[in-house]
Ligand binder design. Structure first.
Ligand SMILES: O=C(O)[C@@H](O)[C@@H](O)[C@H](O)[C@H](O)CO
Ligand SMILES: [Mg+2]
Length: 402
């Protein structure tokens, strides 16, 4: 069996997606996601110029060997561009293998470990009252877990705030828009949001919060400690994680569960956090962390320390990543939760898929492969549109972490 061709498809049905389609001499094809929000074309070039030519003639059944070829063979290891390109190939190859085996992907991974995949949705508001309402809407939709983000008085467009409730989309401008940040104001306001949420809805709903890399380790420890009475499911990305040791300081002060990993690319980014038990949930997902082959290694390492998974699932992860993640979640023994931001109808139409939402859970389908396809004719109707994530500046103009 041979790979005879591979093409990169860029489409913008409401937002940009990069998709790799690998064709074989037996008529079976596979699909992989290679989207990197705001830097899409870097991965397109990496795939078209440096990966696709090497794939032609290779045996698509040798998934592990092709992964190692692309990782070790490049000499230049890791990084978001390389690892997304590898992920796209890897996912397309798993799709092909599962189709050849006439099995849904989760069966190949080891079979079903659970019935449904608990997901969390994003409730956003420009202030506490609006956010409390938004959480109520998610509870009414059947969600068991909800991430709550509020605007903070005096901060311009604090992270995650009210640009449409079910379809929050941060990559919103042809050049990065400028948002603000002020940690002191946030620390005085965010605990009140969770106090009000618990007063209003009790302790039934699981509540999450994303710090989006904004706090120093000491500020992060302070926030985690102040949020303890409200029993969060997790506090996410509360401080930048390049320095994995920084999390020791947070751990010393608080038992609020911590989640990290959406911007990690390999097991090496998470190794110290996992082995020192500095986090509770590892949030890498398929597209950013080298595909099924590599994510499985990260999940297995995490399992040794009772750390559970919590795959990133914002709208910039295409339905191809979502579908594959759901097969992964259906199998992985140490599953925690799956993030789920709904795609627009246009996106769902370009990527026909068989996963479905019901009462706060997602379910992967039983079709062979990962269950997600691309309608190329429809995709061609939505050409690439430059769209950037915002940047953040402090009140005095200093660049901060968005
Ligand atoms: O937890 C999350 O989903 C966020 O942190 C994302 O919305 C993130 O900002 C985007 O995926 C960036 O592309
Ligand atoms: Mg996040």
């Amino acid at each position: 069996m041979k790979i005879i061709s591979a093409k990169v498809i860029v489409t913008c049905p409401g937002r940009n997606f990069v998709t790799l389609k690998i064709m074989t001499d037996q008529g079976v094809y596979g699909i992989g996601d290679a989207t990197m929000n705001g830097r899409e074309k870097a991965v397109v070039a990496y795939l078209e110029d440096h990966v696709v030519p090497c794939l032609i003639g290779m045996d698509p059944r040798r998934i592990e060997d092709i992964w190692q070829y692309l990782y070790r063979g490049a000499y230049w290891r890791r990084g978001p561009v390389t690892m997304r390109a590898i992920a796209a190939v890897d996912v397309a190859l798993w799709d092909i293998k599962a189709k050849m085996a006439n099995m849904p992907l989760y069966q190949l991974l080891g079979g079903r470990s659970r019935d449904g995949i608990m997901v969390y949705g994003h409730a956003n508001g420009s202030d506490i009252a609006e956010t409390v309402d938004a959480v109520g809407q998610y509870i009414d939709l059947g969600y068991k877990a909800i991430r709550a983000q509020t605007g903070v008085p005096g901060i311009k467009d604090a992270y995650g705030v009210g640009r449409g409730k079910l379809f929050y989309e941060p990559a919103d401008a042809a050049l990065p828009s400028v948002t603000g940040w002020d940690t002191r104001k946030a620390l005085n306001y965010i605990p009140k949001l969770f106090e009000t949420l618990r007063d209003t809805y009790g302790f039934g709903p699981r509540l999450l919060h994303d710090g989006h890399h904004r706090y120093t380790p000491q500020e992060a420890a302070n926030l985690a400690k102040m949020l303890e009475p409200y029993q969060l499911f997790w506090l996410e990305d509360v401080t930048p994680a390049e320095n994995q040791e920084a999390f020791k300081l947070i751990r010393q002060h608080s038992v609020t569960p911590l989640a990290v990993g959406e911007i990690f690319n390999t097991i090496w980014d998470a190794k110290d956090l996992i082995q020192n038990q500095l986090i509770d949930y590892i949030r890498c997902t398929i597209v950013s962390a080298g595909g099924v082959t590599h994510l499985r290694r990260i999940a297995d390492l995490a399992a040794l320390y009772q750390i559970r998974t919590g795959s990133h699932g914002a709208t910039d992860l295409s339905p191809v990543t979502m579908g594959t993640a759901l097969h992964f979640d259906t199998w992985v023994p140490n599953f925690g939760i799956q993030e789920y931001m709904r795609h627009t109808e246009e996106t769902d139409a370009v990527f026909p898929h068989d996963y479905r939402f019901d009462k706060g859970e997602l379910f992967c389908g039983e079709a062979s492969g990962h269950g997600v396809d691309i309608d190329e004719a429809l995709a061609a109707k939505y050409p690439y549109k430059p769209a950037y994530l915002p940047v953040a500046r402090l009140e005095d103009g200093t660049m901060w972490n968005w």
